[in-house]
Design a protein. Sequence first.
Length: 202
Amino acid sequence: MTSRNKRGVERADDQTLEALLDKQAIQENLMRYCRAVDRMDLDLMKSTYWADGTDDHGRFVGNAHDWCNEAVRARDKLISCNHHISNVYTELDGAFARRESMFMVVTTYKQHGDAMFLGGRYRDFCEKRDGSWKVLHRVCVWDWNREIKADAGWHLMSAPELSNWGQFFPNDPIHQNWQSSPRTNAAASGRLDISGTGSDAP
């Protein structure tokens, strides 16, 4: 609902503002999860679920915090993990919310350098407790999957060996000084296919 002030400008009422703030908090919860799982930051990942929450990730069904422990074990097998989120739709119902969000996750493996593109949706039942929104029940809905054989293509952008390479927590550039931090070596990030002969891409 809205009302108009003395100048005739529409103003949202408290209930509308609260709903908008709740949806923003629910959106940020999802973004924190994606950052956490992509960086393999265990504490941050757990902070997005209630301790009594559950997660159905196909190969894992059980307590949500146990899923977090399971997920971060993949860091020893992966070069990178990147979640891309779109089409987030949230329905509020008091202290509960139903959130459907579409994802595409791209993982690159150390052993052979191949990449997996996995598409699906998170069906999240969220709950607000003491002013905080977290996931109470998550179900992963699988829609599609593709395997891409190794052909890194770094030469196409003339990628230098010494640059700002994505890594897992706590070595990723986002965990460093945002005003000034040293560049990293590609091999240290698990990327062994960098020639180091190029220059920075625009």
